[in-house]
Ligand binder design. Structure first.
Ligand code: ADP
Ligand code: MG
Ligand code: MG
Length: 253
C-alpha cells in the first residue's frame, strides 16, 4: 500500500491562507520515511490534509493510497483503508472513556465490518499497554483528560497498535518525551514494522530516528519538500540545524 502525494496544494479554509505549496512524496509499502523541518512550515497541515481533517481545503494535486484517490473520502473511510494519524496535539475528550474510544475506532475500521470480539480486544489492549509500559487504569480514564504529555503520546501509539494500520503517520510523537519514554514509543513503532507496514514520522529531532531507522528523510520548508536523502541526512540536519533552509525560505526559493 503505497502513499503517493503529488503537487499537493492546500489552504486553511477559514483564512484562505495557502500552507501547502506543492508537496511531492511517495512512501512505498514497507518503508519508513521521516519528515523533518523547522516549525511552522506545514508538516502538521500536510498530515492532517492527507488524513482528511476538515480545517484544510485542497486546491490542487492528488493523494492516493494503494492507487486509490483518497481526497474524496472521509476520515473514517481513510482509516478503514488502513491509514492512521497520531496527532501532535491529541485532543482531550471528557466523557469518552479511552477504552471505549479505542474499541469504537477499532470496530469502525474492521475491513469486514464485524466488531472485534471483546476477549480478543481486551487481550490485545493489555499486551499493547504492557509493551508501552502504561498504567493499567489509563484506559479507564477519559480520553487524554489529565494525561501527561508523555502519556498522550504513548496513547496515540497505543491506538496505532490496536488499529494496526497499513500506514501510520505520527506527528511529533517524540516531542516532550524523556529518553526512557522515547525508547518505549520507538519500541511500539518498531513492533509494528513488517514488509506490509509503512510509516511517515514527523520529527524535529534526529534522536527518534536513532531508534526507528528511516529509509528516507525528507525536509519540508514553506509548504514543500525541499530535500530528501537517506538516514544520514538526519545527522546532517542535527549538526547544521535548519538555518540553511530558513535562508532558502527567506530568499523565496
Ligand atoms: P508545522 O507542523 O510544520 O510546525 P503547521 O502545519 O502546524 O506547521 O503550520 C503551518 C502554518 O499554517 C503556520 O503558519 C500555522 O499557523 C498555519 N496554520 C495551520 N493550521 C491552521 C489553522 N487551522 N488555522 C490557521 N492557520 C493555520
Ligand atoms: Mg509545529
Ligand atoms: Mg506540527
Amino acid at each position: 500500500m503505497t502513499l503517493v502525494v503529488k503537487n499537493l496544494h492546500a489552504k486553511v479554509k477559514e483564512s484562505g491562507e495557502e500552507i501547502l505549496k506543492g508537496v511531492d512524496l511517495t512512501v512505498p509499502t514497507g518503508e519508513v520515511h521521516a519528515i523533518m523541518g523547522p516549525n511552522g512550515n506545514g508538516k502538521s497541515t500536510l498530515v492532517s490534509t492527507i488524513m482528511g481533517y476538515p480545517a484544510y481545503e485542497v486546491t490542487a494535486g492528488s493523494v492516493t493510497f494503494d492507487g486509490e484517490d483518497v481526497l474524496n473520502k472521509s476520515v473514517t473511510e481513510r482509516a478503514r483503508m488502513g491509514m492512521f494519524l497520531g496527532m501532535q496535539y491529541p485532543a482531550e475528550i471528557p466523557g469518552v472513556k479511552n477504552v471505549d474510544f479505542i474499541r469504537q475506532a477499532m470496530n469502525a475500521t474492521q475491513p469486514d465490518g464485524k466488531p472485534v470480539p471483546v476477549m480478543q480486544f481486551l487481550q490485545e489492549l493489555n499486551e499493547a499497554k504492557e509493551l508501552l509500559q502504561m498504567p493499567d487504569d489509563i484506559t479507564d480514564r477519559y480520553l487524554n483528560v489529565g494525561f501527561s504529555g508523555g502519556e498522550k503520546k504513548r496513547n496515540e501509539v497505543l491506538q496505532m497498535m490496536m488499529l494496526k494500520p497499513k500506514l501510520a503517520i505520527l506527528d511529533e510523537i517524540d516531542s516532550g518525551l524523556d529518553i526512557d519514554a522515547l525508547r518505549i514509543v520507538a519500541n511500539g513503532i518498531n513492533h509494528m514494522r513488517t514488509p506490509q507496514f509503512s510509516a511517515l514520522l514527523i520529527t524535529h529531532y534526529e534522536r527518534l530516528l536513532e531508534y526507528v531507522k528511516p529509509d528516507r528523510v525528507l525536509v519540508m520548508v514553506d509548504g514543500r519538500v525541499v530535500q530528501s536523502g537517506g538516514p544520514e541526512l538526519a545527522d546532517e540536519l542535527e549538526e547544521g540545524g535548519y538555518a540553511k533552509f530558513e535562508q532558502l525560505r527567506k530568499d523565496g526559493v
